[in-house]
Design a protein around this ligand. Structure first.
Ligand code: ATP
Ligand code: MG
Length: 139
């Protein structure tokens, strides 16, 4: 099924000028970048976006880590895009990520792990709506 998922290239990735290399991983895997913008998150946006993690011990650090530089927010489209993107990203902790995945190749740590990807179709719809209006997404 053709799906859309939200992807974020985190500040550790933009700082190291990895936008193109990471985007190449998506495109090689058959994911199409149908919307993309480089922005600076506000503290309020980061806190709201990661609201599901507000009880976790790393919540404040995680929100702060999203503010230290620009991020690239994107909509990826493709067959089973949600799961496909999770595969291409690799495990949250780069030490556990499969060879060839984005996090194995590029992540600096479990927190500075270069990319975010929606974890379900339901959350993908919510997260895409958080950053993009329908007219900004060109399939
Ligand atoms: P994401 O939601 O960013 O795609 P994920 O679904 O693999 O990643 P989650 O469990 O949703 O991982 O955690 C969200 C983010 O919080 C992770 O990407 C990582 O940056 C950070 N994080 C997760 N676990 C830890 C931890 N134990 N210590 C520090 N940061 C963590
Ligand atoms: Mg997650």
């Amino acid at each position: 099924m053709l799906e859309r998922t939200l992807s974020i290239l985190k500040p550790d990735a933009t700082r190291r000028n990895l936008t193109g290399e990471i985007n190449a991983c998506f495109e090689k895997a058959g994911l199409r970048i149908v919307a993309q913008k480089r922005i600076r998150l506000t503290k309020e946006q980061a806190q709201k976006f990661y609201g599901v993690h507000s009880e976790r011990p790393f919540y404040n650090d995680l929100c702060e880590s999203m503010l230290v530089g620009p991020v690239v927010v994107q909509v990826l489209e493709g067959k089973n895009a949600v799961l496909k993107n999770r595969e291409v990203m690799g495990a949250t902790n780069p030490e556990n990520a499969e060879p060839g995945t984005i996090r194995k190749l590029f992540a600096e740590s479990i927190q500075e792990n270069s990319v975010h990807g929606s974890d379900s179709l339901e959350n993908a719809k919510i997260e895409i709506g958080f950053f993009f209006s329908e007219c900004e997404i060109v399939g």
